[in-house]
Ligand binder design. Structure first.
Ligand SMILES: Cc1cc2nc3c(=O)[nH]c(=O)nc-3n(C[C@H](O)[C@H](O)[C@H](O)COP(=O)(O)O)c2cc1C
Length: 315
């Protein structure tokens, strides 16, 4: 399935620059990456933009799209301007974040019930923006009908891409992605459309792809964190030696993070969060997770990882 386009969705706290670079070194199949969202871009050359996370020396500006969480057109334009200066070709606006502390401020998916606010914001953005602008959203915040007037607004603007995760904000990540509803929206949307949600295997990919034809672009998320071979499997470019490759990846990522953190045990938080997904690549995954989640020393972590690869099978 070479013609399919695949991206890796952003995960705050997991898919940062060290992750993306190590992942790319070890696995194929992903055409495009997104940064987890930036916020608080209060001025030009903001401090929080002068970080490895977006520095072109550590990132490929051709395949990485920086994401912002904002409802302030001035801030979005400031972000766009700085991204353009760094060489990026596109930015993405987060209109999907479901967490109450974000959504209650009418940000992320909390903006979806207010199409008139979205229109005012996009009007101001598109008056001045001079790089590609895409949006990632859900079906709504309180209910999935909210998407209809929002699509009407989106259709007024030349979005480079619209990524829809067919859940509502209130659901967080519970329940199933509503693929059927996504399919109903396809003919209404002018922007190039990307499907995101619950692709966890070849089986689910095949089933969802069938339902959302002719959409040909898919953003992978937790499914790829749990099984880093998923994109290769979908594209049919998968190579064997799963266990060896996973082992090398996990060690490389840990060492890279440790290097960046100056040897601090704070890397354990991010590694543990990855293992909360990656455990699903192994038999007896709950046993693995029980052991790993309580670790709080580097040495203990290193030993536990070796035990996992020695005693468990990759499934
Ligand atoms: C811990 C966590 C952090 C996330 N951070 C972001 C983020 O920064 N920006 C964003 O657009 N989506 C974020 N997401 C959503 C994912 O990118 C993705 O849309 C979601 O997991 C649904 O896809 P999936 O069912 O394939 O996992 C996050 C999700 C989780 C669970």
């Amino acid at each position: 399935m070479e013609s399919v386009k695949l991206s890796l969705g952003p995960f705050q706290g997991i898919t940062d620059a060290p992750f993306r670079n190590v992942f790319k070194k070890h696995f194929g199949g992903i055409d495009k990456y997104y940064t987890p969202f930036f916020t608080g871009i209060q001025k030009d050359h903001a401090k929080n933009m002068q970080v490895e996370e977006i520095d072109p020396r550590f990132n490929d500006v051709e395949t990485l799209t920086p994401q912002i969480l904002s409802t302030d057109a001035e801030e979005i334009l400031r972000f766009a301007y700085q991204c353009k200066e760094l060489g990026y070709k596109e930015i993405n606006l987060n209109m999907g974040c479901p967490f109450p502390r974000v959504a209650n401020k009418k940000r992320g998916s909390g903006l979806l019930p207010y199409p008139e606010k979205i229109e005012v914001m996009l009007n101001a953005v598109f008056e001045r923006i001079d790089l590609k602008f895409s949006i990632k959203c859900r079906l709504g915040y309180f209910n999935p009908e909210e998407i209809f007037p929002v699509i009407e607004v989106f259709n007024h603007y030349p979005l480079s891409e619209l990524i829809i995760h067919p859940r509502i904000g209130k659901q967080l990540y519970k329940g199933d992605a509503d693929v059927k509803r996504f399919a109903e929206l396809i003919p209404m949307i002018k922007a190039p459309l990307v499907y995101n949600g619950d692709i966890v295997s070849m089986e689910s990919f095949g089933r969802i792809r069938e339902q959302v034809q002719p959409v040909n672009e898919f953003m992978l998320g937790r499914g790829l964190l749990a099984n880093p071979f998923l994109a290769e499997e979908i594209k049919g470019v998968w190579e064997d030696d799963k266990k060896e490759r996973l082992h090398a990846y996990v060690i490389d990522l840990y060492e890279e993070r440790l290097h960046h953190a100056g040897g601090s045990p704070k890397v354990l938080g991010r590694m543990k969060e990855l293992w909360s997904y990656l455990m699903n690549s192994f038999d007896e995954s709950q046993d693995i997770w029980r052991k790993i989640k309580k670790i709080n020393a580097l040495k203990e972590y290193e030993e536990a990882v070796e035990t996992v690869f020695r005693e468990h099978q990759v499934i």
